[in-house]
Design a protein around this ligand. Structure first.
Ligand code: CRA
Length: 860
């Protein structure tokens, strides 16, 4: 029969398939070629997923040319390079970003249209690469984009987890359910398996010092695992530079144990292969908690050992003496997770390169740089000495040796100060003893930095105070975080990006890489037509979000309302609870209003999204390496005592009541959007009128979503914390809504809570009333919330009762300001205009110049 061509222009398909020289573009040609060859499919049964794959493979061909050229030139010129070691890279989707960075989006959109597809549908097929928890992992992704865009020779090193951050489902009762994220199931066109790049990594065994007058030892025995490289191309924006992100996968060194197999012990035969594969099976889903689990330590060593071996091999190809290593290599430690790289490099230099201790230490301390990302005590990593001794016996020896020499030098500078020695020791006394990784990272690094001014000050005056006194202040700096304006403006808000280009009369290729040029928007605040256009774009972004929620969740959202957004990991310190209690307060206030009073109220829609750390997730997932069952059977309902889970539950149940209440529903509604992700953020952020960043002062190191909202003209409601402070410095305090106690007050308030508690009814009657309504069952499940409410009534570590009144006052100021739409839009424009500082290009250039000492390389 006659073949049916269901999509697009039959002529274009046929010409591409016949490979005759016609006027069809090279884009449609390469697309069709991939359909036929790489995918082995026919045009008449090609669906959107197939079209996505073909488009991705075709774009990848473009990237590969640049990627190879970049690698070649780096090898030829051998400039100093920087390596960004991060356990997390929260990349999100790639296709749109690659098309925009290559400047090929329009051409590809037209090409696929001819073949019967819409670019939007194709883009929507891609799964997020979600190999990260939150800010730290997304920061790493932004820094890769900026490194390539600024033509800097920077490579990322991480792990290729089989399962990324879990998928979050919310049960009707409001419980968080966790399902695995099998992101590789549909194949990943963006990675190149490099079976030729593999290293052996040892665990366990025994370490014997040679005692031959050298510091050498021999580490042998134990288990060896193979690290295999997968490369991910990182294209710069409008440049040929295409850097590399190398992710390691663990594999057994030998497929399985033949002896056991021959003896009929089939399970024993695959045991070692299972345990090897388990290392990179799953991302730990905890933001801000360190658990001291063996598998996590294995991940950290596996990754740092493979990365260092790779870096060392590349260095050796240059043919320089090992003492020049720091002239060619800078290694950035993204938090303490890769700190084992310090004793690992010592081990290589001493045991394998036969260097004297002092030379080795000199090399190490000129190579590494350490960024701290939090001062929360529960996040500071400590590894039990017995665990280290068992898993990495040689590294423990080296850590003890480093500590001994270090404490001797402290003793020299502060003779007889025993308390100081105990405080600064790498080994914390106790049962068991533990190694303090932040201290090891600090003394093993050339420089140390925090991620916003306030946070860097806190690092210097609290957790690393003794180290500042000992090593001198110049070792400690600040690099305020940044975000890439490519993804977080051009890609997620194309209309605003286009308006900016027209207004600035300059191509986006220019201002996207010179973000301070946004200041040129400032005079436009007085231009009414411009303000109208600005507001209209915000409105269309709100409608786009509403459409998304309608199609994915079947909910109808009032797009006339103010959109008020808090999206981030659930954590006590981020105080989502403060927000929901504020919503309840608003609801109770509305309920008491007359019809006349209500007329003056501006409708508000409150959005929440974010994942809470689960608990039993890893154990289940690692023991279920293959997933033959349908996903829902793997839901792990986790009835947790954690406050964060109760907060989600409260939000969902408050939403249920409020959204249905005829007295209030036109004026206030509330949504918890499940499964927060980079892609969801790209829809939410451009639609926000106001966003909330309301951590207890001194707890949020920086925050980066605050920058994304402001860049998209959303105003900020927040505490005087992290990068909020620097945002206010830039945009002016009159354009942000600040509230709450300041950092220096926090310690005293906590002391009062413990030693001179004031009953909440007295201290904050408004809050007491809200809590009592919840306790009384206004939102059902009263006893479920009691533990959460009691953390506020007693102890209140995060100071909700201290900040509640000023929070409510700030919300009222937001309402007030929103009534004057002209002034509001002016604030919005001013906010965007002053966000230039927060480009990750600025941040990465600070690292390149003041830390790594690397230079841009033009790829011809
Ligand atoms: N959770 C901080 O809490 C910061 C990012 C990136 C965090 C954020 O305030 O913006 O790092 N800290 O610097 C962290 O992960 C282990 O500590 C974060 O993402």
């Amino acid at each position: 029969g006659k073949e049916k061509w269901p999509r697009g222009e039959e002529k274009v398909w046929k010409e591409c398939m016949r490979d005759v020289d016609t006027e069809v573009s090279s884009i449609t040609k390469s697309f069709v070629n991939h359909v036929q060859t790489s995918l082995a499919r026919q045009p008449y049964n090609l669906d959107n997923l197939g079209a996505y794959q073909a488009a991705a493979l075709s774009v990848r061909d473009n990237l590969l040319v640049n990627w190879n050229e970049t690698a070649l030139q780096y090898t030829r010129k051998a400039p100093k390079r920087a390596y960004y070691l991060s356990l997390e890279f929260l990349m999100g989707r790639t296709l749109d970003n690659a098309l925009l960075n290559l400047g090929l989006k329009d051409q590809y959109s037209q090409g696929v249209k001819k073949l019967g597809f819409s670019m939007e549908d194709i883009l929507d097929q891609e799964r997020d690469a979600a190999l990260g928890n939150g800010g730290l992992g997304r920061l790493a992704a932004c820094y890769l984009d900026s490194s390539a865009s600024q033509e800097l020779p920077v490579w990322g090193y991480g792990l290729r987890y089989k399962y990324g951050i879990f998928q979050q489902l919310i049960s009707p009762a409001g419980e968080q359910l966790e399902a695995p994220d099998p992101w590789l199931d549909n194949q990943n066109p963006w990675e190149l398996p490099r079976l030729d790049v593999a290293y052996e990594v040892r665990f366990y065994g025994h370490a014997d010092r040679l005692n031959d007058g050298t510091p050498r030892a021999v580490w042998a025995g134990g288990q060896e695992v193979l690290a295999v490289a997968y490369d991910v191309m990182i294209p710069g924006c409008y440049t040929k530079t295409t850097n590399n992100l190398r992710l390691w996968e663990s594999k057994p060194k030998r497929g399985f144990d033949l002896n056991s197999f021959n003896a009929g012990n089939y399970e024993g035969a695959v045991e070692s292969s299972n345990s090897a594969a388990a290392i990179t099976s799953v991302l730990y889903p905890n933001d801000h908690t360190s658990f001291g689990k063996e598998l996590r330590l294995k991940q950290q060593y596996f990754w740092t050992a493979a990365s260092l071996a790779d870096i060392l091999r590349r260095f050796k190809n240059i043919g320089k003496p090992i003492t020049e290593f720091p002239d060619y290599v800078a290694i950035q430690l993204n938090d303490t997770h890769p700190t084992l790289a310090i004793p690992e490099l010592m081990r290589i230099l001493i045991d394998e390169e036969d260097q004297p201790w002092a030379t080795a230490w000199q090399i190490v301390t000129n190579t590494f740089f350490y960024t701290n990302h939090t001062v929360l005590p529960e996040a500071l990593e400590k590894w039990p000495v017995p665990l280290l001794e068992h898993l990495l016996p040689r590294h423990l020896q080296i850590i003890y040796d480093i500590n001994l020499l270090f404490l001797q030098s402290v003793e020299k500078k502060f003779p007889g100060d025993r308390d100081r020695l105990a405080r600064m020791s790498l080994i914390e006394e106790g049962f068991p003893k533990q190694v303090r990784m932040a201290y090891l990272a600090c003394i093993g690094s050339r420089k140390v930095n925090g991620v916003a001014e306030l946070h860097s000050d806190l690092v210097k005056t609290t957790i690393l105070k003794d180290f500042v006194e000992f090593e001198g202040i110049s070792k400690f700096g600040n690099v305020t975080n940044g975000i890439t304006p490519r993804r977080w403006l051009d890609q997620c808000n194309p209309e605003l990006s286009a308006l900016i280009s027209t207004t600035l009369k300059v191509d986006k290729a220019v201002w996207l890489k010179e973000l301070t040029r946004l200041e040129e928007l400032l005079p436009k605040t007085e231009d009414e037509a411009f303000r109208k256009e600005w507001a209209a774009i915000k409105q269309r972004n709100k409608e786009r979000l509403a459409h998304h929620v309608q199609t994915t969740l079947g909910l109808t959202i009032n797009t006339k309302a103010m959109f008020d957004v808090q999206i981030k990991r659930l954590h006590e310190y981020k105080r989502q609870t403060l927000n929901i209690l504020g919503v309840i307060h608003r609801y109770l206030t509305l309920k008491n209003m007359t019809a006349e009073e209500k007329k003056k109220v501006n409708p508000r829609v409150v959005f929440f999204a974010g994942k809470a750390a689960p608990a039993y997730y890893i154990a289940k997932l690692v023991s279920a390496p293959s997933l033959p069952l349908p996903l829902p059977l793997y839901f792990i309902a986790w009835l947790t005592p954690f406050g964060t889970h109760q907060t989600i539950r409260l939000i969902v149940n408050v939403a249920r009541i409020i959204n249905e209440d005829p007295d209030t529903k036109d004026l206030l509604s509330l949504y918890f959007l499940p499964d927060y992700s980079v892609s969801l953020a790209e829809v939410l952020i451009p639609a926000s009128d106001i966003s909330q960043h309301i951590s207890t002062a001194g707890t949020e190191a920086s925050g980066t979503s605050n920058m994304k909202f402001c860049l998209n003209g959303g105003l900020l409601l927040g505490t005087v914390d992290g990068a909020n402070i620097e945002i206010a410095e830039e945009v002016g305090e009159s354009n942000v809504f600040f509230f709450g106690h300041l950092t220096p007050a926090v310690e005293d308030l906590r002391y009062q809570h413990t030693y001179h508690p004031i009953p909440i009814e007295e201290k904050c009657p408004a809050l007491a009333n809200v809590l009592n309504q919840v306790s009384a069952g206004l939102f059902g499940d009263a006893d479920v919330y009691e533990p959460l409410l009691n953390t506020i009534r007693q102890g209140d570590h995060y100071l909700l009762s201290d900040d509640f009144d000023s929070y409510i006052a700030a919300l009222a100021m937001v309402d007030e300001a929103y009534l004057d739409q002209t002034e509001w839009v002016k604030k919005s424009i001013r906010t965007t205009a002053k966000m230039g500082k927060f480009s990750s290009d600025r941040a990465i250039n600070e690292y390149a110049e003041s830390y790594w000492n690397i230079e841009a390389q033009r790829i011809a």
